[in-house]
Design a protein around this ligand. Structure first.
Ligand code: SAM
Length: 373
């Protein structure tokens, strides 16, 4: 089947409806990840302005080669790798079809990353990126881009698997997409720190069933220490949904919920508690989304919300709260306006349409918002 994405035309192994299983004889191509790739191109454009020296890009798991081709189309010096011979052949054909110069290797991504250095390394594996993180953070110069599709372990729905993969404790809460992203960021920051490298997210989002983050590197150990200082824990009351957070690697949870007295307070962490993006960089990324991108509208919506989202480490789900209070949910803009009128900070959060952030406690949100009652 012939597909066009962002001005690049490429072949995928078979015609199929929706996402492929991604294994077997077919080379993986998932059309629902077009948003991920559109945003990657916009980030690469914005990053070039920030770091003009950056030139080489490794698509470490390339499959059909689509991501590598789109980066090459932007003028990056691209290497692409895959262990699947069929994928490598197809990616080479796709590069030739577009007259793009991409060095496609049939190689294990870890072996290749240990052998060579690239300004930008992009990890887009099946499931968790953890097996590739050490090689990426120890061999990239400027930026590591990471996709994780194992959302159930990340958000605590598959608890043991999450603990094993990420060496952290995830909890299944009403802010599960953000829990997953912050568990992922924590693991990436700690991995980079092992190499005296700071990895700081300059853009991150959770869309559909994956988390995606772009971490800028700094090779100074003191900067890595500063990133470690932004790790900590979230204490979450499973009864009244009150949550608190505390910086530091040693957890010190309250014995009971300070709001309702319940002893069903769970601890998650170490989590990345810092900002998940740089607002100015996100605005610059948004300026590089163009109408040739198939997911331009969603990309702009995601980036606009991300740019203005409060930096607090957990969000609320408006529908969940209103259900607890047996209220119908009002329009989100009215709801946020009521919080602001009552003197609180409030913003939408990009995770989904009913996600919002505020510095108000659960009780204060209840008190401040009457709409829908
Ligand atoms: C999710 S797909 C990549 C999708 C692609 N980046 C895109 O945007 O369409 C994961 C790919 O990783 C490849 N892969 C799995 N293990 C690998 C390894 N150790 N080194 C390199 N590639 C690997 C698989 O063959 C598969 O093609």
């Amino acid at each position: 089947m012939r597909v066009t994405e962002g001005g690049v035309e490429f072949e995928v192994a078979d015609a199929r409806d929706g996402a492929s299983e991604g294994r077997g004889d077919d080379v993986f191509y998932n059309p629902t990840q077009e948003l991920n790739r559109d945003l990657t191109v916009a980030v690469l454009r914005a990053y070039r302005e920030r770091e003009p020296r950056a030139d080489s890009y490794l698509d470490a798991m390339t499959a059909s080669g689509v991501r590598a081709l789109r980066a090459a189309n932007e003028g990056w010096d691209v290497t692409a790798a895959d262990t699947d011979a069929e994928a490598v052949a197809l990616a080479r054909e796709n590069a030739a079809r577009n007259d793009l110069d991409v060095d496609v290797r049939e190689r294990d991504a870890n072996a290749l990353m240990h052998d060579s250095t690239h300004d930008v390394i992009d990890l887009d594996p099946f499931g968790t990126p953890v097996p590739f993180a050490d090689a990426a953070f120890s061999n990239a110069r400027d930026l590591v881009c990471v996709t994780a599709t194992d959302t159930a372990p990340l958000c605590g729905a598959h608890f043991e698997s999450g603990v094993r993969s990420y060496s952290a404790v995830p909890r299944n809460t009403d802010y599960h997409p953000e829990m997953g992203l912050r568990i992922l960021l924590s693991a990436m920051v700690r991995t980079a720190a092992r190499y005296d490298t700071a990895a700081r997210p300059i853009c991150s989002h959770v869309s559909r069933h994956y988390a995606r983050t772009y971490l800028e590197l700094d090779g100074r150990a003191t900067k890595a220490d500063e990133c470690i200082d932004e790790l900590g824990h979230v204490y979450h009351c499973e009864d009244c949904l009150t949550r608190d957070h505390e910086y530091g690697l040693i957890a010190d949870p309250p014995e009971a919920c300070p709001a309702c007295g319940s002893n069903r307070v769970v601890t998650a962490g170490p989590l990345w508690l810092g900002a998940i993006r740089e607002s100015e960089f996100v605005a610059r990324v948004a300026s590089h989304v163009d109408d040739e991108m198939g997911e331009a509208a969603r990309a702009r919506r995601t980036l606009d919300t991300l740019e203005t989202e409060l930096d607090r480490p957990t969000h609320y789900d408006q529908h969940r709260l209103c259900k607890e209070w047996t209220r119908s949910a009002p329009a989100m803009d009215d709801f946020l306006a009521e919080l602001r009128d009552a003197g609180f900070e409030a913003s939408r959060a990009h995770y989904h349409g009913t996600a919002f952030k505020t510095d108000a406690s659960v009780a204060e949100i209840r008190e401040a918002t009457t709409a829908g009652e």
